[in-house]
Design a binder for this molecule. Structure first.
Ligand code: BTN
Length: 332
């Protein structure tokens, strides 16, 4: 696995794991120090750092450290045991803070990172959305992740991979939260009409082969406040479900669903995805939507997906059009 600067030190990950696995007892400082291979002073400094990131660790004088509350962190040591048998997530690169997990994943992919490598951050300082927008990435509230895929497919399959990611995310969110989750073409997740998840697919390809696809997924999980300009259009799972959601549990479900749907796509082809997508989305058929494209704006009616994942729409003058990129908004 190539190294990228700034990712979480594996020994900090191990420290968190040790504290979580011994959560009911006080773990002596020297024991932690020798198990993770650092000095006692470093253990102390790292525990201070974890506290500053919101982890509740009690120091018991002359005895050691005890975790007060299990942290909802997305660190590899806590996630890996839940992902046995999955190709996606076999290697997880964790950041407490990075600019954009998609940038890290694209860099890792260029260095040869394997299929299924996952980058995840507790916070992004320059999260990127589709169409050049910013993705609001508040610390420890959301899931900000990028998954590297190396599909044995032609570049023409990219739109279906994008739909596949939306479908997998929809299954993960609905099974974890019990909320009704809609998919707006191509892959925004909506709860009660508001966006809770966006996906930015980026790739490197040759004419006939995809080298690497990076699925960048941003989920608003436990946000209580969203910036004023987002409030009318976006929400979080916590705001909609009226309860705190375990990010770790949702993240594991997301990676498992991605793994399952990716294998479904490879085994049964794009129809298996487009059919399931159409069944899961209220936007597939008969929805009045506003389409914004480079050539202007139009209000059209949706009429299903074609096999490549493009959205078929009817203009009011009877013209049919296939949308391959861009976005649609429901007309109220
Ligand atoms: C959208 O505009 O709907 C797509 C948003 C994608 C955001 C995610 S968060 C993780 C990954 N890193 C980024 O910089 N963007 C994607």
């Amino acid at each position: 696995m190539p190294m990228v600067a700034g990712s979480t030190d594996r020994r900090i990950d191990k420290l968190i794991y040790l504290l979580v696995k011994n959560a009911t007892v006080v773990v002596p400082g020297p024991k932690i120090a020798s198990e993770i291979g650092v000095t006692r002073a470093t253990v102390w400094a790292w525990i201070e750092k974890l506290r500053s990131l919101g982890m509740d660790v009690r120091g018991v004088p002359a005895k050691g450290y005890q975790l007060v509350k299990i942290p909802d962190l997305l660190v590899p040591s806590l996630l890996r045991p839940e992902l046995s048998g999955c190709e996606i997530g076999h290697s997880i690169v964790h950041y407490f803070r990075t600019e954009s997990t998609n940038d890290v994943a694209l860099e890792l992919a260029a260095q040869g990172a394997a299929h299924g490598t996952v980058v995840v951050a507790e916070e992004q300082t320059a999260g990127r959305g589709r169409l050049g927008r910013v993705w609001y990435s508040e610390k420890s509230s959301g899931i900000y992740t990028s998954v590297i895929l190396r599909p044995p497919l032609a570049p023409a399959a990219a739109p279906v991979l994008t739909l596949m990611a939306g479908l997998a995310a929809q299954k993960a969110v609905s099974s974890t939260t019990g909320l009704p989750v809609d998919i707006r073409w191509p892959n925004d997740l909506l709860v009660n009409g508001k966006k809770v998840c966006g996906i930015l697919t980026e790739m490197s390809a040759e004419v006939d082969r995809l080298h690497a696809v990076v699925l960048g997924i941003g989920l608003n999980v436990n946000h209580i406040h969203l910036p004023a300009e987002l409030k009318a259009l976006a929400s979080s799972l916590r705001l909609e479900a009226q309860r705190l959601i375990s990010r770790a549990q949702l993240f594991v479900a997301l990676l498992r669903e991605l793994d399952r749907h990716y294998h479904l796509l490879l085994k049964e082809g794009s129809k298996a995805i487009t059919e399931r997508w159409a069944a899961a989305s209220s936007f597939a058929h008969g929805k009045r939507v506003r389409v914004v494209s480079e050539t202007g704006e139009a209000i059209v009616t949706t009429a299903g997906l074609d096999s490549s994942g493009a959205l078929r729409v009817w203009h009011d003058d009877g013209r049919e059009e296939l949308l391959v990129t861009g976005e649609v908004q429901q007309v109220k």
